[in-house]
Design a protein around this ligand. Sequence first.
Ligand code: SAM
Length: 288
Amino acid sequence: MADLFHRQAKNYAESRPTYPEELYEFIASKTPNHDLVWDAGTGSGQAAKSNSYSFSYCFSYVFVLFMFLILQFEEVGTDTSQEQLDYAPKLPNVRYQRTPPNIPMSELESSVAPSGTVDLVTIAAALHWFDLPTFYQQVKQVLKKPHGVIAAWTYTIPEANDDYPLANEKFDALFRQFYADSQPYWNPARKLTDDKFRGIDFPFEPVGDGANHTGPFEFTTDWVIDLESFLTFIRSWSAYQTAKEKGVELLRDDVVESFKRAWSEDGVDQRVVKTPIYLRIGKVGNLE
Ligand SMILES: C[S@@+](CC[C@H](N)C(=O)[O-])C[C@H]1O[C@@H](n2cnc3c(N)ncnc32)[C@H](O)[C@@H]1O
């Protein structure tokens, strides 16, 4: 599944949403030490990018908190796709590393992080693509015991429903049908995302403060888009790429035309779309 993301790396980097400060604040508040982060399946660095955006925040409590956290963290972002990593932002405290899909433990230790040195493993919109038993073994190996934290989140394809409208009634109905038509081209692993990570295996301990479960905890991100960037987002889907490889163009001219007509029906070009994010979070604990 690692090869689903090579070809659309540019579309991916240009169109995917970044993540909200509230999500990072929540994760940071559950992570006792802030020395080393491993962002697995970093892609073109959406998580790293969200962190760096907070540098330009106005002087506020959030800004101070983030400066403090960001300057403390060293981060290693790994991905199987060099094409994705090529579009990741260069940041002073982030190192990127291409890794094979199932990286051997010895290579993990030498090229990602030695055993027991990582405070936080983040996986943004990628956990459902991993071979989970192997990956969790690696996570348990590198996290500091017992308080090292794993935080994995995902966002669903814009839901276009009453809780999370996308554009307007007409566009949302068209998009729901378009998404239904794209179903044959999605890898079955993506069902875990449609299920909001409720059913994904997550063998870690709750992070405390009264939380007796590992999520999903819900957040939202504001995503500013016009139709062109929304179409680029569709082109970044693995399903779009898979369909194309089978000779099917999901965004046929007539489909794009009807999207255009519906999008501009209410005279709004750029929209702020609320997108839900679902977080699973846990700590490694004392492994027996
Ligand atoms: C949907 S993208 C998520 C990218 C980014 N983290 C984000 O928040 O948008 C999934 C990424 O996981 C990578 N990937 C898939 N399988 C992987 C594996 N076994 N190990 C590391 N990365 C993998 C893909 O190359 C892709 O860049």
